[in-house]
Design a protein around this ligand. Structure first.
Ligand code: MG
Length: 385
């Protein structure tokens, strides 16, 4: 039986995970949930899924949660607050499977602690692999736990690699939708508004990842994610723009054969794959209708108009603490864009600035990484204000 805890239950991944769990039946039990500050939705989820342990990141909303729960028939046995609360849920002894779907660096410590308690990790929180990939993979190997990516691309690559030998892989072909502005000129990119950037053509997701998809930073983060998850050199990962988001990624082998995984653009597909792995289970999602597809197209990404992609590759090449800077600078820049403080095309300029100012640390420890992360955030806030 899979006893599941979800970090970030009220976010887009969390909500969809709960939908999938509900459709899968009795072998899947929700034991832990965490939320940022969305008390109403959390209470609704508590009533429906009856978790044993719950944590709320926003401690100030604790009273509101307690008040709402006092009127409920069901109350979780354990309720915690803040980052410590997230760690309690992530490491809860009665769960064996963690859906790590927080957004950004905040998920690092709870996920690492869960690895050390030997939970299987279903990872949507790709930022933590970018900021501390070497440490996470080292710990996963040490504690012999599996990390299953919830990213459609990485789920696809994982499926293409099943039963294959690593040394027979020539390259990984990572597909990118291109986001809403793929055909925009450099001039028009300067005028992009928040509402336009939040309107993704093929995927319905949370705000941070939707902006990352529009700048193509998401693909840069995914490149680094693939590098760590599949232990493959950055120069063996090719990015191709595939606007239909039907081919979720591909693997090319030494004999020239290319294996692709296809499916509809719905995050519940990779979610269900991770939850049921190593088995497959019947799904109630619509099937892929090939006859309705006019064509599938593949194109080179434009590094000039989308400099975030170039910056991600540069950070990955420098290794050490540079991807940590890339990730933290991007988080602050995206947040500032969403709050109207900077323009869309300021995002790469500011990330480049932080990367230029940073003194590289090779083989950083966890302490180094946390320090570099906060240094970068301060540097970014300073220059934005
Ligand atoms: Mg993805």
């Amino acid at each position: 039986m899979k006893k599941i805890s979800i970090l970030g239950a009220t976010g887009s991944i969390g909500v969809n995970t709960l939908k999938v769990i509900k459709s899968l039946g009795k072998e899947y039990k929700v034991v832990g949930l965490t939320a940022g500050g969305n008390v109403n939705l959390l209470v609704k989820q508590i009533k429906e899924f009856q978790p044993e342990i719950v944590a709320l990141m926003d401690e100030e909303k604790g009273r509101e949660l307690e008040k709402k729960l006092s009127k409920c028939k069901y109350k979780p046995a354990h309720i915690f607050y803040g980052l410590k609360g997230l760690v309690k849920v992530a490491t809860y002894s009665k769960s064996n499977f963690l859906v790590s779907s927080l957004v950004g660096a905040v998920g690092l410590i709870p996920t690492l602690e869960a690895i050390r308690k030997r939970k299987t990790i279903a990872l949507a929180n790709k930022e933590i692999l970018v900021m501390a990939g070497e440490i996470i993979i080292r710990e996963a190997l040490k504690y012999k736990i599996q990390i299953l990516s919830l990213d459609s691309e990485h789920s696809a690559i994982f499926q293409c690699l099943r039963g294959e030998k690593k040394k027979e892989v020539r390259k990984i072909i990572l597909t990118a939708s291109g986001g809403p502005f793929y055909r925009y000129s450099s001039q028009n990119l300067q005028k992009v508004t928040v509402a336009e950037a939040l309107n993704h053509p093929t995927w319905s997701m949370g705000k941070k990842i939707t902006i990352d998809s529009a700048t193509l930073m998401n693909k840069g983060l995914e490149l680094i994610e693939a590098h760590y998850l599949f232990d493959i050199n950055i120069d063996k990962i090719q990015i191709v723009v595939h606007p239909q988001s039907i081919v979720h990624s591909m693997v090319e082998f030494v004999d020239g054969a290319v294996i692709a995984q296809l499916g509809i653009a719905d995050m519940r597909l990779p979610l269900q794959f991770a939850l049921t792995y190593p088995c497959r289970q019947k799904s109630n999602l619509p099937a892929l209708n090939l006859e309705k597809l006019n064509s599938l197209s593949f194109d080179k990404p434009d590094f000039k108009r989308f400099p975030c992609l170039r910056l991600a590759i540069k950070a990955a090449g420098k290794r050490g603490s540079m991807p940590t800077v890339l990730n933290a600078a991007n988080e602050v820049a995206v947040d500032s864009f969403l709050n109207g403080k900077i323009k869309f095309m300021d995002i790469p300029v500011l990330i480049q600035y932080a990367m230029n100012k940073h003194k590289l640390i090779n083989n950083p420890t966890l302490e180094d990484i946390l320090e570099v992360d906060s240094w970068t955030r301060n540097k970014m806030k300073e220059v934005i204000n």
